[in-house]
Design a protein around this ligand. Sequence first.
Ligand SMILES: [Zn+2]
Length: 150
Amino acid sequence: MTKDELTEKVCAEYEAIRSSLIDSSIPKARIQVDFLSETEISKPNQVPAYFQDAHKIRMVFLESDLDDPLAINGFEFSGQKPVWKTELLHEIIHEYQFNCVPVATEAGIQLMKSLCGNFSGPGHDEKFYTAICECADKLGLTPETLLKNI
Ligand SMILES: [Zn+2]
């Protein structure tokens, strides 16, 4: 697969998931897909992220992923998603958190309390867990099930 083809696949997945979670009146985030060498990816901050100010989702792949059907498609026969799809869903939930959650709900606060330390790094606050509760509802999942997929 080429970089352009995989970038298109990521953008298509973004559009599909986002349309069921975030109202179309909110402008879509820009999707940036980076392909890194083993050396580059081991440097700090070479991870997927949502950037609130730029309204951008950055996705990170190894260049070698392009030749790895498992990295691109996961275990299709068993329904196991590739890692990048769980990463993308995680970042879309951050997009939701910063654009659709004005204040944390009681459900979000309680979920965060019950899972303290579940995610490391900034941005995993009560509003993030509120976003998990609300997105799970929109996807017809329990928050606990959604948590296993992000
Ligand atoms: Zn996160």
